[in-house]
Ligand binder design. Structure first.
Ligand code: CTP
Length: 426
């Protein structure tokens, strides 16, 4: 009787301790072959591996002999949870062809750090060790993350080799600029692990917004009362920043106008910080003519005091409470929608009740083709969200999801609706 052969466990998608793959993780189901070459930046790959596996990717490490001088295979095995390969002659691969087998299951090969020497090898098609042979034998995309001294990076031969790689369709990520391990300052530093991680995530996203210019407002505004006090709200900015990230990953040219928030600028996004609604209005009106899609996510203060005290307001001796008179702030979304040739405008609404009524009413009042309403309790600061799309044809409910994944879905919905080739009248 024939027995069923045992599954080859090397390439199984990594499972959680409960034995389940988290399908909502950003890189769930992705299999990456991460190749380390010799360079001090190898220390960054420990953190990169952690970020990739945490995002659901299966990471198979292969190292050159030189890389093992900078970080041990034991460390990389512990972090990736898989055996590490360093030799062409590794007998653990059943058919003794690690250069073929290890690359076949990979969705992409990432060489990080990529040394000057390894880049030269790749550019010339040399394959004298496991990693370079893997690259030549691959049938998947290749990403290269250079790391070297600034003179080595600027060297004409290196520049020629990098241009050759780009011409061959290899994705070159970075390098960064700044202080180097050797003490010099300049171009050639490897991208930080988070930036490399973001670039890898972006690589896997379809470029549905390539060539589109997207303007996004995010976060709260802060309306001062005096030099130390002001009025603001509980918007964390997470939804707007997640949309900016998703739009950039989809290939858009993204301009993010952010109120006061404590969030990292998403990879590849141009960020402009503002404080007040008036400043946000000015920034948006300035950028609008160069915009194809405007997404207003900011929780803009409706009012500001008509006179900001020059000095800190003191408690008065007779215990009289201060009084303020307010004036209305400009409605940024409505103003953009009113422009003679407006971009495709998308509004957001966070309501504490009767979303159906307020959502559609708000969409019509602001004269925008699409308004996205938060369903259920206000979600300020939370990592997930459940939304409803309001448009002239009716409403569509989307399931609750992590804000980053929801942002990706929303960018897909917006890309489907925003007309190409010029702006529209809503
Ligand atoms: N918005 C804006 N400028 C403002 C107020 C709101 O651009 N001054 C935008 C928000 O970014 C959001 C949409 O309009 O996309 C709806 O915001 P919301 O605060 O819900 O609307 P308001 O018109 O302020 O209505 P209300 O506060 O009365 O619910």
């Amino acid at each position: 009787m024939l027995s069923t052969p045992a599954p080859d466990r090397r390439f199984q998608t990594k499972t959680s301790p409960e034995g389940k793959v988290d399908q909502t993780a950003e890189l769930a189901g992705k299999h990456l072959l991460l190749g380390l070459t010799g360079g001090i930046a190898c220390y960054k790959i420990a953190e990169l591996t952690r970020l990739l596996t945490k995002a659901g990717a299966t990471v198979q490490i292969a190292m050159t002999e030189a890389a093992t001088q900078f970080i041990t295979p034991v460390t990389m095995q512990a972090l990736s949870g898989r055996p590490v390969y360093t030799s062409q002659w590794d007998a653990r691969v059943p058919n003794n062809m690690p250069h073929i087998d290890l690359s076949r299951e990979a969705d992409a090969i990432v060489i990080a750090p990529a040394s000057t020497d390894f880049i030269a090898k790749l550019a010339h098609g040399l394959c004298d060790d496991l990693l370079s042979t893997l690259c030549i034998a691959r049938d998947c995309p290749l990403l290269v993350v250079p790391a070297m001294n600034r003179q080595m990076w600027q060297n004409a031969a290196t520049q020629r080799n990098v241009a050759t790689l780009r011409g061959d369709g290899v994705e070159v990520l970075g390098p960064d600029s700044g202080p180097q391990a050797c003490g010099e300052i300049g171009d050639g530093r490897m991208l930080e692990p988070t930036a490399t991680f973001e670039a890898i995530c972006a690589f896997f996203q379809p470029k549905i917004l390539r060539g589109r210019r997207v303007l996004i407002t995010a976060g709260p505004t802060f309306e001062p009362l005096d030099p130390v006090r002001g009025i603001t709200n509980r918007s964390s900015g997470k939804m707007g920043f997640s949309l900016a990230r998703a739009a950039a990953q989809a290939g858009a040219d993204v301009h993010l106008v952010a109120g006061p928030v404590a969030l990292e600028t998403p990879w590849g996004v141009y960020r402009e910080d503002v404080q007040t609604a008036q400043q946000m209005y000015d920034a948006v009106m300035h950028a609008s003519p160069d915009t194809d899609i405007f997404i207003a996510v900011a929780a803009v203060a409706d009012w500001r005091v008509d006179h900001v005290s020059e000095h800190k307001i003191k408690k008065s001796a007779d215990e009289k409470l201060p009084t303020f008179s307010f004036v209305e702030n400009p409605d940024i979304l409505a103003a953009v929608a009113k422009l003679p040739n407006p971009p495709y405008c998308v509004g957001f609404a966070a309501e504490s009740g009767d979303l159906d009524l307020h959502g559609e009413e708000k969409r019509v009042r602001k004269n925008v083709p699409l308004l996205i309403g938060n369903l259920g309790p206000l979600t300020f600061g939370l990592d997930d969200n459940e939304v409803v799309l309001f448009e002239a044809s009716g409403k569509t409910c989307l399931p609750r999801a992590d804000k980053k994944l929801l942002a990706r879905t929303l960018i897909g919905e917006i890309a489907k609706r925003a007309p190409r080739g010029g702006s529209i009248l809503s």
